[in-house]
Each structure stands twice: as C-alpha cells, then as structure tokens.
Design a protein around this ligand. Structure first.
Ligand SMILES: C=C(OP(=O)(O)O)C(=O)O
Ligand SMILES: [Mg+2]
Length: 557
C-alpha cells in the first residue's frame, strides 16, 4: 500500500527507484584495558591511523574536485586536529587501546560540536565519518561506505558522509533520503552539487526496507513508498514540467532588452536557503530575522546564537547580496522580549518594528553586532534594513545604530508606511537604499488590517494607489542615485513584477518558488513595454482595472 512520508526537500527533482542502505555501522571497540608498556605502541598506531585516514580523504577530494574537495579537506583537518590526538594520547596513557581511545576522544569532540548550534551540529556527521574510518582502520574491518549495486537506486542513510557522497556515481544514485541532516548539511549541499533529488530530516528513513520502491520528491520533501504506476507517471510529469519551467528561465533577471532587475529571495532563516539557491536567486532581498525567534521566548536570543544563524545564510551566497531586516516584532509577529507587555488597543499602529527596537536599544545593538560578526571574512555583500521606518528621524536613529555597531555594508529603510513613501527623498538623506514592503504598505494606506479577511480586497497589490506610492519612492531613489527594491508579495506576481520594473524599482524579492516564473515573464518584455504597462495600470482606479490594463499592454492588444 502506498504511504507518504515527509521530510525536508533540499535538492529539487523526483527520483523513483529501489532503496539501498548506506553501510554506516558504528563500531564500538571493546573497553578492555591495555598494559602500561603498550601505551607508546597504541599511540603510534592511532597517529598512523588518523594520518592514513586524512591522506585517504584528501585523495578522494583530489579525485572528486570542486565543492566536494573542500569538504573532504575540512574532514582531513578534523582527523589531524592536534587537540584530538592529545586526548587520544591521554586515554592510551591510562589504559585504553588505540581504537577505544580514538572512539572516546571523538565522542567528547562530538558532544562539543553537537551543542554548538545548527551550523556546527551539521558538521557532526562529518566528524562521525572520520571516527568510523579511523576506528575501522584500527580494528582491521571494512570501511563504511556506499552499497554495492549494479542497478540504479535511492540511497538511504542516517546521514551521508561527504567522503562517500563525493564519489557516488550519479548514474547509479537516483536520489538521497536521510534521517538526519538539514539544508546546510553536506548531504544537502552535495546532492545539489550532483543534481540528484534529496530529502533530509525524514523520521524513520532508515527503517525503509531494502529493495522497496520509493519516489523521492526533492521539491516538496515527500517520499512515497510503493507508489502505483499511475502515481509514478504523474510524479514524473510534474517534475518534468517544473524542470522545463526552470530550464526556460535561467540566469539573472532582466528584460528582453537587457535591463537588469536582480531577482532575490525572501527567506525566514537558513532552512529556506536551499530552495532559494535552487531557484537561482541572485541573493536575498528580505531575510525576516524575527522568524528565527518566534518561539515564545521571553529572552532575546544571544549574540552567539544569532551569529550562527546569520552566518549559515551569508555563506550560501558568496559574492551575492543579502539584505537582512532587523527584528520586525509586534502585531502579526509578536516577540516576547520586544513586544510591549501591556495590550495595545491597535498593535499594528503601536510599538512595533523599528519602534520596538528603539525602545530596546540593547536588543538592536546585539543584533547588529551579531550581523557584523557573521559577515566578517566573507565576500558576501551584507546590507541591513529596518522595518516600519516612518520618517527621517527613524531613518537617522537606525543609521546611527548601524554605524555604532560597525556594520560594513549599506544601510536601508523599508518603505511600508505611506509617510515613508511620500517622504522617501528625505529618508534617503540618511540611508543608502529603500525596500518597498507592499504588504504593510497596503495595510496602512487603506487602514485595513492585513489579518482581517473582511477587508482583504485592500491587500491586493495591484491597487493603483500602491503603484503611485511605489512610483514616487522609486523616483526619489533614482534621483538620489540609490536602489529601491520591492520585497512584499507584489514582486511574486509575474505580470506585476513587470509593472514594478516599469515603475523604476531596481530589484525584486519574493518567495523562492516564484522566481522562475517571474524571471521567465520579465524576459519576454522590453523595459519600454514594462513602462507602458505601469503607466496604464496607474491610469485607472481599481486593482482589477489595473491588472487588465497591464495585461492588455503587455499582450499587445
Ligand atoms: C515585506 C513586508 O514585510 P512583512 O510581510 O514581513 O511585514 C511587507 O510588509 O510587505
Ligand atoms: Mg512589513
């Protein structure tokens, strides 16, 4: 009977095939004591074993090249860590065999790594692999590794070690499914590099029976066990459609006559980076940092915890642009440590966004410092912006805080309150770029709560008044020689994206899934057509009319 399991999709595509398991037996060497005079010999054996493992990892890296090589080199360095060897020596000196000492020393190192937060915890699998290899060598048993198979298969493992994934034969491995791991684990990174679909963090994955046919959907994170032939055909068809849409729209965002409009992703944390990269995002246009901390905690997250989360995102876009929004707490996104304790009659009009941060300067400064630290040494273009900037006073306070924290990159303001759109010129005296948040801009322009269904018609981003406000802000930015992007839902509508381009916005940021269609649509029209569509949409009075007018211009009717 067909069964659907759910994990995290980290590498797009669909793979259908029989399950094969990775050989990852964790060998636990016996704890028997050795005589004191044996210690020097055991220490020498341990030293030789880690050196041989490191050499083997490096050799595999040389063969694999590219991203895999860097990963394997990092593993070789783990094996040769002098602290680790010092611990092994201490353990052999008090009676452990080489194998047991290596096993225990790695366990201590592992415990340290596992508590060090998401990013380092993701390296635990790499460390375990180094341990298994070293212990196997010392005990004279076969290395853990890829299953033998002549027919293509879906590889299932608790987690995959880079040493093995690097040498996997893509013509045999249809896809990966792992029980552990996350979007930044090497299983995920390498699956994407190899172009095979992968689902990670799937509870119970290792219990899948050898030989059972599974369908792995690396986009949705679903793994179907024993899918019917009709279901398999359907999955293949959907995957082919997605692939064709992606293939038809690759490369940077531009109009048909080459006017560049970078297409960026909106994300809520490191977990969404994989989809953004897979969709070809040229960077991140809105990193909603408050999403990382919506756990009801009364405590502000520590600087260290923040550095880790930010770094995991920044590392995914080397040389790219990543716009991080400082905490936007309040109203629809309450954070215990920032949102006012007393109930406000109108939370959306109260102390939220930047206002809450200016009431808690220590929280703002900690976040800005964490961002500066996270970007330190990386080639990424980090930009930081504030939510809910109302006027020049707000913009100056934020820019001052960024300077005080030593932030290197550009500082910007979100334009999501009509006052900011109307006075964009004065806000640009203080900051270096604008980002239009159409969701709140609609809420505040129409005095219509974005969470109330009864007033939902005002949330339509095609409303001509929103186009007017955006046109004004974009013009002010152009006059000042600065950028003005859009990061609200408006950017995800392919035709509206063309209209926004025609209004003069300089980048579009959206949920990753929307990027391919927006890219493909933008590439169909010239900048002049986009400008005509924008003018037509602004010349009418309702959202429906604006939509129709823009479509009419673009379809050449
Ligand atoms: C992008 C926006 O921010 P958020 O949806 O997070 O409030 C917006 O208001 O348009
Ligand atoms: Mg907003």
């Amino acid at each position: 009977m067909e069964e659907t399991l759910r994990g995290a999709g980290v590498s797009h595509g669909v793979a259908i095939g029989p399950v094969r398991h990775m050989r990852t037996a964790v060998l636990e060497p016996p704890a028997a004591r050795i005589a004191a005079d044996q210690a020097p010999r055991e220490q020498a054996r341990a030293q030789q074993a880690v050196e041989a493992v490191a050499a083997d990892l490096r050799a595999r890296g040389n063969l694999a090249g590219g991203e895999a090589q860097a990963v394997l080199e990092a593993q070789a360095l783990m094996a040769l860590d002098p602290e680790l060897m010092a611990d092994v020596r201490r353990r052999t000196a008090v009676g452990s065999s080489a194998a047991r000492a290596v096993y225990d020393a790695f366990a201590a190192y592992r415990a340290l790594l596992a508590t060090a937060g998401d990013y380092l915890a993701g390296r635990v699998a790499d460390l375990d692999d180094v341990r298994n290899r070293t212990v196997a060598r010392l005990m004279g048993v076969p290395m853990p590794g890829v299953p033998d198979s002549d027919e293509p298969y879906v590889l299932v493992a608790r987690d995959l070690a880079p040493a093995d994934t690097a040498l996997l034969d893509p013509s045999l491995v249809l896809g990966f499914v792992t029980e552990e791991g996350g979007p930044t684990s090497h299983s995920a990174i390498l699956a994407r590099a190899m172009g095979v679909p992968a689902v990670v963090a799937l509870p119970g994955a290792t219990a899948l029976a050898k030989g059972a046919v599974v369908a792995v959907d690396g986009s949705t994170g679903e793994v179907l066990v024993a899918p019917s032939p009709e279901r398999q055909a359907e999955l293949r068809r959907v995957a082919e459609e997605r692939r064709a849409a992606l293939a038809a729209s690759s490369g940077p965002g531009r109009t048909s006559d080459g006017h560049r409009v970078p297409l960026l992703a909106n994300i809520g944390g490191p977990a969404e980076v994989a989809a953004a990269v897979a969709a070809g995002a040229e960077g991140v246009g809105l990193f909603r940092t408050e999403f990382l901390f919506l756990d009801g905690s009364a405590q502000a997250p520590s600087e260290e915890r923040q550095v880790e989360a930010y770094r995991a995102v920044l590392e995914a876009f080397p040389e790219g642009r990543v716009v991080v929004r400082v905490l936007d707490a309040g109203a629809d996104k309450p954070l215990g440590f920032l949102t006012p304790a007393d109930d406000e009659p109108n939370p959306a009009l109260g102390v939220r966004g930047l206002r809450a941060l200016l009431h808690h300067p220590e929280v703002l400064l900690t976040q800005l410092r964490a961002l500066a630290k996270a970007a330190d040494g990386l080639p990424v273009h980090l930009e930081v912006m504030a939510p809910m900037v109302a006027d020049r006073v707000d913009a100056r306070a934020f820019a001052d805080a960024c300077r005080a924290a030593g932030l290197p990159g550009a500082v910007g303001a979100m334009v999501e309150i009509p006052s900011a759109a109307l006075r964009a010129r004065s806000i640009l005296q203080e900051v270096g770029f604008l980002s239009l948040g159409t969701n709140d801009l609609a809420q505040y322009t129409f005095a219509a709560d974005r969470q109330v269904g009864a007033v939902a018609r005002f949330q339509d981003p095609w409303q001509p008044v929103l186009l007017d406000l955006m046109a004004g802000a974009a013009e002010a930015a152009r006059a000042a020689g600065q950028g003005c992007g859009v990061c609200g839902e408006a950017a995800a509508d392919p035709v509206l994206a063309c209209v926004l381009t025609g209004l003069g916005v300089t980048s579009l940021s959206m949920g990753a899934a929307a990027i391919p269609r927006v890219r493909a649509t933008l590439a169909k029209y010239t900048l002049a057509q986009c400008e005509r569509a924008a003018a037509a949409a602004r010349a009418v009075d309702t959202a429906e009319e604006a939509r129709a007018a823009a479509h009419q211009v673009l379809s050449g009717e």
